[in-house]
Structures are given as structure tokens and as C-alpha cells.
Design a protein around this ligand. Structure first.
Ligand code: WTA
Length: 706
């Protein structure tokens, strides 16, 4: 959906009623409640709307400030909110140095390599302090970076990643970590957009038992950035096994350097943490949106850290003596907020795992939990579905005990939720389903674990100090319990909200605020609801059920992929004339991508073209975006004005009713494509399954404004 273009919409999607069975409530175990950080309902009083924004002092007071702020929330340049104005602090000091006095030799990070025979590394706060300082000295003196510069990382799940993040934070340098599984080209695009002169990468890492050559991607990244006019001066290469180079790709003289060799010069160096204004940017996290290229969500220093510390304390229930494992990738916002910054700000032990959940067998996560004594576990529905499918009884074989579990990233089916609770959690753990986005810094919708019951498939109400509302397309409120869905928005700002899209303030306004803004001149936050881009409905008890994106974003295993990016990648294949990406329901990944392409005159359909398109997408974006099917069709279904009707191809891919096609410019093509696609799907065993009401609406509305 393009926000400007809603006139084409036949039925306003925000009006659609979704039939949904109410699930029963589950209450937290008494043992959990007894020890919870938030077990007194008085907390709801402190965070009620009358106390906004001052309620968030409580989060900011979890941090150590060099200079206390004078204004909690400055709205004078709405909606570019400023939190804790006048305050100064350093994030690396807050996540590392300040814990040394009392817990110097406690593990800050425990890193589990994928090969099971390789030793687990416990990195104490003291050791982390050393490593962060040494790398900060190297970045400053060898890299020549200064406060406010951007540095791009393309790192896998290794401790060098949090070390690099904290080293940048120590210097007030803005980091931009690109998910390790993304292609070199995708990384290069992000380097160019952020204008980074330095790329930090690694030679290789383990995935599914294989040592992957990762450095090769750095060469592609540098080349792509150069095409976009940005010259990478230095590529700093950590080695997975220091001293041994694991990549086939040659080191470029004068450009590429091994970090482990350079570090010898910086041994035991200490870098004073730079005291940064609360409003200084801490990092960029690129994410996909409705149109165009990925956008760099710019996160702040003080507001962000306060928000992730506060939500980690109350929603993750992290205490300093917990062993907390967030099984996600630091390349996503979840990892930034809830593997690195939140848990370390609270001085707990955060576990990181290098590899895939099922390597070498589906018991692996539970062995890790047992061996390390993990008591808080956090992961995504896609991982839960996969582990349930391949090892439904595995958790029973291991002696671990979780007090708390989290799910994040996509809607979870109630059936999968129950397996998570009963089998993974052994019925002993409380569960929080946390709804939020890259742009948000931290949780927006969830239950406060000791105080609000759980409901499978619903994330819960707005979190402390966050006041969501559902609007229809006309800005009318859709009331709780009405049984209707609409666009979920947040009425107020919160400290974790991103500051802008890097370098594109207009786009920031357009995408997130223009739709429901009441008065663009207003400096009153009440006039600026935040548009999240998700469909949702609210039950009578105030709990939200998130239905999925209302824009052209396909959420594959919790990863946001923009249709425009997928289509541009397909169009890099010379023979392709037109491309349309659509979601198809997938039992493990939630959604998978299917591509429809038509060819330029003179080219014949064939499996070679299908492979070329799939490969192009893998090269431009990464393996996670690889389409499940590529359909080479004689023509795309189009409106009379020549727009591709994605809802028609989406309907065909999902075996649903494609609706009225008589107004198309070429209605006859629909049946041809349907026969082609359905025959091929049936022949390869991709059989239709029944869709839920919400899924049907998603398909019916997909790309509807195109
Ligand atoms: C979806 C991930 C249902 C939603 C933190 C959102 C969810 C998008 C949930 C953001 C949840 C995330 N229940 N849907 N608990 N959490 N989503 O930016 O559509 O990678 O807009 O951030 O994932 O994905 P992102």
C-alpha cells in the first residue's frame, strides 16, 4: 500500500472484520511472581497516561549519567522527539565499566560456537572491558574515526560483534551492523547510504557444520559502495580463528587488515568513554519498508538505552544473576536491544550462539540451556515452529528450567504457543509475546509477566507508558471488542522510538506520521500518532492481536523483505521485463516469497531463467530472500492503467479466490497463470491448505493499492 494512494482501495482493509476465537488466559506460576522485578500493581499507576512523559524517569534512572537531563521530552520539533534533553552519558560505560566495581569477574557474555567440540567462551565484564577498550583504541588511532562518523559491520554471531558495537559506542561513533546472512551487495548499499569509510567484517563463520567464506562478501560490498559513490578506505577483518585465515578471498594491500594482528599494538590501552548527549545517534539499523531502498532507522543514545534497560528489567525480568539467552541474531534489532544493550546495561549474563538451531541435531538448544543453566529464553516463532517439527520431544530429554520465555518477530499460532509453554517451558515458565519493530527500539505491546495473564496468539496490551490505538482508514478509532481490525498506531512517543530515517527526514514523516497527523504545525504529541504499518484488532479486555503488515512487506521467518527490493533484484536479470513478489503461507517460516516474472520479447521461459532470478535475489539481498518458486508467466495481470495486480498473483499462489478480475486490462491471463501455477504446485506436492480469516484478508489486500 502506498499511503497516498488509498483511493483505489475497494474495501478499506481497516474495516474488515476478522473472525477470531478467543483463547483462554494463562496465569504466571507463583514461583515466578515471587521473584519478579515488577510484581506490585502500583507500577501501572506510575506509568498511567497522566504521568507521561515523566514516568520514563524510572527507566532513565537505571542508567549512570555524566550529566542529568533537564527536559524529559522535548516536542518542539514534532515528530522528531527528543528525550532526556541536556543529559550526557556513554553507552559503553553503562554496559561495561560501571559493572566492574561489583562484578568484575562475572560473565558478561557466554559465547557458544556452533561446532560442539569447540570450547564455549565466557567473557567476564573485566575481559569485555579490555577487549572493548583495545578495539576502540584501534578504531580511533588506526581507523581514524571520530565522534559522529559511521562504521559498518558485516559480522556473524561472534563476540567480536558486541565488542565492536561497544567500542564504537565508547567513541561516540555510529555503528551500522548489517545482518551477516545478507549479501555483499546488500551490505555495500548500506555502506553507501550511511557513508561509512570503514567496514568491519570476519573471514568466516560456522553455519550448519560448514565454515562459510564471509570475507568474499566484503569485496562485493566495497565494489557496490564504490558504484554508489562511496569509497571504503579500510576493511578490518576479524579472524574466526586468530592467526589462521579461513577465506579464499585475497587480502587487498593497504585496504584490508587482520584485526588480531593490529590489536597487538593496542594491548591494554584504555580509551576514556566519550560523554555523549542523550540525543546523539547510537546506531543505524537498516530495514525494509513500503517503497524504495532499505531505510536506516537512526536510534538515539539516552532514550534508546533507557528504554531497552527498562523493558529488559520489567518485561524480560532480567536480574543481574540470571543467565539470559536471547536466541536471535545481533544483526537484527532484537539482538541489538535484547542480546547486547538491554541485558548488559543491567549487568546480567547474556548468552550468544553462533549457529543454526538444529545443528547437529534438534536437541542442541536444550543442551546449551542445560549446560549453561539458562533460566530466561527468548526466540522467534519461526525457530519454535522448526524445533517443534523436527524435535517435538527433545526438550524433555534435558534438565534445564526456564522461569521466563519470550516470543518476538511475527504472530505466533496458539497451537505453537502451547507447545512452547508446555514442552519447551515444561509448564514452569511465564511467556511474553512481544510486538514491536526495528523502528521502535524496544517492546510496544506485551504483558507484564507477573501481573498480566498470557493469551496465546495475542501480544497483550500496550507496554508501560505506551498507549496504542487502532484507527480505520479515515482516522476513526476502532473500538476494543468490536471484532473489527484496523491500523495499529501508538498515540504517544516513547524513549526507544527511532529519531529519523538516516538522511531522509521527509520519508520519515511520510511513512510513519503523515497518515494520521491531525495538524502538521502542532508541537503537541497528541496530534502525532505513530503509524506502525501493522493490521491488528483489540479484544474487549484490551489485548491486541497483531495480524501482520498492511504494506508491501513480506515477513519471512521474522525478516522484513520489501516487495520493491525483491522485484528490483529480479529486474537485474536482463531477460526479465516485469516482476511481482508476493507472500505465500509457509508452515515453518510464516511466509515465503514467490516471484512472478514476465520476459522481454525474444526470450523463452525455462528453468534456467527461474534459477537466474533466484540467484539474483540471493546476490542482491541474501539467502533468506530466496523465493520458494519463480513463475515465468506470459504476462502480468494488470489494471487498465498498467499497474501489476499483486493481489491476483498472491491469490493464485495461495489457492484463494482472486476476486473480481473483470476490470483488468487482460482478465484472460488470470486463468492461464492459475492453471500454470496450480498444476506445477500440485505436481511438486505444494498442496493448498486452509487459510485462517486473517491470512485470507492479508492475501486479499496484498499490494491492493498498486
Ligand atoms: C511483526 C522485529 C506479531 C510485525 C522486532 C512488525 C510481530 C514486524 C511481532 C517488525 C509479534 C513483530 N506478533 N507480529 N510479537 N513482533 N511482528 O522490524 O508485523 O524485524 O511490524 O522487528 O514484525 O519486524 P522487525
Amino acid at each position: 500500500m502506498t499511503l497516498e494512494d488509498e483511493s483505489d482501495v475497494a474495501v478499506s482493509e481497516a474495516q474488515i472484520a476478522v473472525h477470531w476465537r478467543e483463547e483462554e488466559l494463562y496465569f504466571p506460576p507463583a514461583a515466578f511472581v515471587g521473584q519478579a522485578n515488577a510484581s506490585d500493581p502500583a507500577i501501572f499507576e506510575r506509568f498511567k497516561e497522566e504521568n507521561f512523559p515523566e514516568c520514563y524517569r524510572e527507566y532513565a534512572d537505571l542508567l549512570t549519567w555524566d550529566q542529568y537531563w533537564h527536559t524529559t521530552l522535548d516536542t518542539s520539533n514534532a515528530p522528531f522527539w527528543k528525550w532526556f534533553v541536556g543529559g550526557k552519558l556513554n553507552v559503553s560505560y553503562n554496559c561495561v565499566d560501571r559493572h566492574l566495581a561489583t562484578q568484575r569477574n562475572k560473565a558478561a557474555l557466554i559465547w557458544v560456537p556452533e561446532p560442539e567440540e569447540e570450547q564455549t567462551q565466557a567473557i567476564t565484564y573485566q575481559e569485555l572491558y579490555r577487549r572493548v577498550n583495545e578495539f576502540a583504541a584501534l578504531l580511533r588511532d588506526f581507523g581514524g574515526v571520530q565522534t559522529g562518523d559511521r562504521v559498518t559491520f558485516h559480522l556473524p554471531m561472534v563476540p567480536e560483534l558486541p565488542v565492536s558495537m561497544l567500542a564504537c559506542a565508547r567513541l561516540g561513533v555510529i555503528h551500522s551492523q548489517v545482518f551477516g546472512g545478507f549479501s555483499g551487495s546488500a551490505c555495500g548499499g548500506r555502506i553507501a547510504d550511511s557513508q561509512s569509510r570503514i567496514l568491519v567484517t570476519m573471514d568466516g563463520y560456522y553455519r550448519n557444520g560448514e565454515l562459510i567464506d564471509h570475507k568474499a562478501k566484503a569485496d562485493e560490498a566495497v565494489a557496490r559502495a564504490r558504484e554508489e559513490g562511496v569509497e571504503v578506505e579500510r576493511v578490518l577483518v576479524w579472524r574466526r580463528h586468530p592467526g589462521q585465515y579461513a577465506s579464499e578471498s585475497p587480502m587487498v594491500e593497504g585496504r584490508d587488515f587482520f584485526v588480531d594482528e593490529l590489536l597487538a599494538e593496542y594491548r591494554d590501552q584504555i580509551v576514556e568513554p566519550v560523554s555523549m548527549p542523550a540525543e546523539a545517534p547510537l546506531f543505524l539499523m537498516y530495514t525494509s519498508g513500503t517503497t524504495g531502498k532499505p531505510k536506516g532507522a537512526q536510534h538515539s543514545t539516552g532514550g534508546y538505552l533507557a528504554y531497552v534497560a527498562g523493558t529488559s528489567k520489567y518485561y524480560q525480568d532480567i536480574h543481574p544473576d540470571d543467565t539470559y539467552w536471547c536466541f536471535a541474531d545481533i544483526g537484527w534489532i532484537t539482538g541489538h536491544s535484547y542480546i547486547v544493550y538491554g541485558p548488559l546495561a543491567l549487568g546480567t549474563t547474556s548468552v550468544m550462539y553462533e549457529g543454526v538451531p538444529t545443528y547437529p541435531d534438534p536437541g542442541r538448544p536444550w543442551r546449551i540451556a542445560e549446560r549453561l543453566g539458562v533460566n530466561i529464553f527468548h526466540t522467534a516463532p519461526t525457530t519454535i515452529r522448526m524445533l517443534r517439527k523436527v524435535g517435538p520431544d527433545e526438550p524433555n530429554k534435558y534438565n534445564y528450567h526456564f522461569k521466563h520465555m519470550t516470543t518476538v518477530g511475527e504472530p505466533i499460532e496458539p497451537e505453537v504457543w502451547r507447545w512452547y509453554r508446555d514442552v519447551v517451558g515444561k509448564g514452569e515458565a511465564v511467556i511474553v509475546d512481544t510486538w514491536w519493530q526495528t523502528e521502535n527500539g524496544g517492546f510496544l505491546g506485551s504483558t507484564l509477566p507477573a501481573l498480566q495473564p498470557m493469551k496465546p496468539g495475542s501480544c497483550g496490551p500496550g507496554v508501560l507508558g505506551v498507549f496504542p490505538v487502532i484507527y480505520d482508514e479515515h482516522g476513526e478509532e476502532v473500538s476494543a471488542g468490536s471484532g473489527r481490525a484496523g491500523n495499529i498506531c501508538i498515540r504517544n512517543p516513547w524513549p526507544g522510538i527511532f529519531q529519523t530515517i538516516w538522511g531522509q527526514p521527509e520519508r520519515f514523516l511520510d511513512i510513519y506520521y503523515r497518515k494520521y497527523c491531525r495538524d502538521e504545525k502542532s508541537t503537541d504529541w497528541h496530534d502525532w500518532p505513530y503509524f506502525a504499518g501493522d493490521g491488528a484488532m483489540q479484544a474487549a479486555d484490551g489485548y491486541f492481536r497483531i495480524l501482520g503488515r498492511v504494506d508491501d512487506v513480506i515477513n519471512v521467518a521474522g525478516h522484513r523483505l520489501g516487495t520493491k527490493e525483491l522485484e528490483s533484484a529480479a529486474l537485474t536479470v536482463d531477460k526479465v521485463a516485469e516482476a511481482a513478489a508476493v507472500p505465500v503461507m509457509d508452515d515453518l517460516r510464516g511466509r515465503a516469497v514467490e516471484m512472478y516474472v514476465s520476459l522481454k520479447p525474444g526470450y523463452e521461459a525455462g528453468t534456467d531463467i527461474e534459477h537466474e532470478v533466484a540467484l539474483a535475489i540471493e546476490n542482491e539481498i541474501g539467502k533468506i530472500a530466496r523465493p520458494k518458486n519463480v513463475w515465468v508467466v506470459p504476462d502480468m495481470p494488470k489494471t487498465r492503467s498498467g499497474k501489476i495486480m499483486r493481489r491476483v498473483t498472491a491469490g493464485i499462489s495461495n489457492f484463494t479466490d482472486v476476486g473480481d478480475v473483470t476490470t483488468l486490462a487482460n482478465p484472460e491471463i488470470v486463468e492461464k497463470i492459475r492453471i500454470q501455477v496450480h498444476a506445477a504446485k500440485m505436481a511438486s506436492g505444494q498442496l493448498p491448505r486452509e487459510l485462517t480469516a486473517a491470512e485470507l484478508e492479508e492475501i486479499k489486500g496484498f499490494g491492493h493499492a498498486d
